[in-house]
Write a protein that binds this ligand. Structure first.
Ligand SMILES: [Zn+2]
Length: 233
């Protein structure tokens, strides 16, 4: 095996592990965000249900006040009946009382309906409250888990970075420079030769090169993508 290949492969392994951890670490804040937006939705649902229940209650109270007014007015007009002198006026007040009674019955019906709607709304609020509490507990639990996971990742990453530093220092400077450049431009710098082709870009090697790469005793780079080639057993 040519001098440096095993060290180079080990370095690449570390870099790939670091990249994986970085990707994992990047995903976590996003996952926490998703948890929180789910919680906000539950909160919005609860607020909406509460607002609706309040609205129904407000409407009911207004109608109850209307009912009280109608009762008072009916009583007033009934008292007036005794003071009326003419038949015409008497009939007119009777009609007014009739109308007030109709209004009273209508309000009564509406209040009953609002009471029923209020019950349904209260049930919706209770359900939404339960849903919100569940979402809140779940969010807290999952958030704590994700944060712990992130802390573990960071620790693991620090260890890998340390190992990477050590490994990089074991490499010949020129080789390290070449590797770093390739890693930047190609992502993966060192690739296996598979079925006679560079597994980085897919180009077929000449039989001559293939035979030589198979020996792994000199460093070869791909004529097309410049990646460092090697033969894996
Ligand atoms: Zn290639």
């Amino acid at each position: 095996m040519w001098n440096g290949l095993d060290k180079l492969l080990e370095l690449q392994k570390l870099d790939q592990a670091i990249a994986r951890l970085e990707a994992e670490g990047r995903a976590i804040p996003q996952e926490i965000q998703t948890l929180e937006s789910r919680l906000s939705e539950a909160r919005a649902g609860l607020n909406e249900a509460k607002a609706k229940a309040d609205q129904i209650q407000k409407e009911r109270r207004a109608k109850e006040r209307g009912l009280d007014e109608a009762t008072t007015n009916i009583k007033k007009k009934q008292a007036r009946l005794f003071e009326i002198k003419t038949n015409e006026e008497y009939s007119a007040v009777l009609r007014e009382i009739e109308m007030l009674k109709e209004k009273y019955s209508k309000l009564e019906e509406e209040i009953l309906e609002l009471l029923e709607r209020g019950d349904v709304a209260a049930k919706t609020v209770a359900d939404a409250e339960k849903g919100f509490k569940e979402a809140e507990a779940l969010c807290q639990k999952e958030r704590a888990e994700k944060e712990a996971q992130l802390a573990r990742l960071r620790q693991e990453m620090a260890n890998l970075q340390e190992a990477r530093k050590g490994q990089a220092s074991r490499l010949d400077t020129d080789l390290l420079r070449q590797y770093t450049r390739l890693r930047k431009s190609r992502g993966v710098a060192v690739v296996v030769v598979k079925d006679g082709s560079c597994s980085g870009c897919g180009i077929a090697l000449t039989p001559q090169t293939y035979t030589e790469v198979r020996r792994n005793d000199t460093m070869f780079t791909c004529s097309s993508c410049n990646r460092i080639l090697y033969f894996a057993g």
